[in-house]
Design a protein around this ligand. Structure first.
Ligand code: HEC
Length: 125
């Protein structure tokens, strides 16, 4: 009987430790990590067309109004889903990044683009 109680106790304490481990890392940290990774990817893969600021005022993309990602004007609706779709599929003249970026990298890029386009952190759609 004591053994069973001990077993239950140790399982419970393991669960508590796992639970605390998750809480030790506030959500903000993971988000900040995604932002930093996303910024790097954006600089390397997107900024030559969209500029580091995201305003799209570059020789390559300057005449495409929707290349401006920070004016609040979208061809799509500016949601995380459509941004991800655009990255995966591209849209002439923007190349497709499917297979060139991993799913994780695409997710991080979306996090960064969303931050770039809505730095006030408005309601996330
Ligand atoms: C070769 C130049 C080029 C590269 C590289 C490029 N883009 Fe684009 N992108 C464009 C142009 C031009 C448009 C506007 C054309 C369109 O989709 O109507 C655009 C549109 C977009 C849109 C859609 C905006 C809207 O109004 O819906 C998103 C989101 C976007 N790009 C994100 C990215 C991200 C993120 C990367 C990097 C992974 C990237 N782009 C790389 C040229 C580029």
């Amino acid at each position: 009987m004591i053994r069973v109680r001990l077993l239950v106790l140790s399982i419970a304490s393991v669960l508590v430790v796992i639970g605390c481990g998750e809480h030790r890392l506030p959500e903000g940290d993971a988000h900040d990590g995604d932002l930093a990774a996303g910024r790097l990817i954006f600089e390397r893969k997107c900024a030559r067309c969209h500029s580091s600021r995201g305003d799209g005022k570059t020789a390559v993309a300057g005449r495409f109004p929707y290349a401006n990602l920070i004016d609040g004007v979208w061809r799509s609706d500016g949601s995380a889903e459509t941004i991800e779709k655009q990255i995966r599929q591209g849209h002439d003249p923007m190349p497709s990044f499917q297979g060139k970026l991993t799913d994780e990298q695409i997710r991080q890029t979306v996090v960064y683009v969303r931050e770039l386009t809505d730095p006030k952190g408005g309601p996330k759609r």
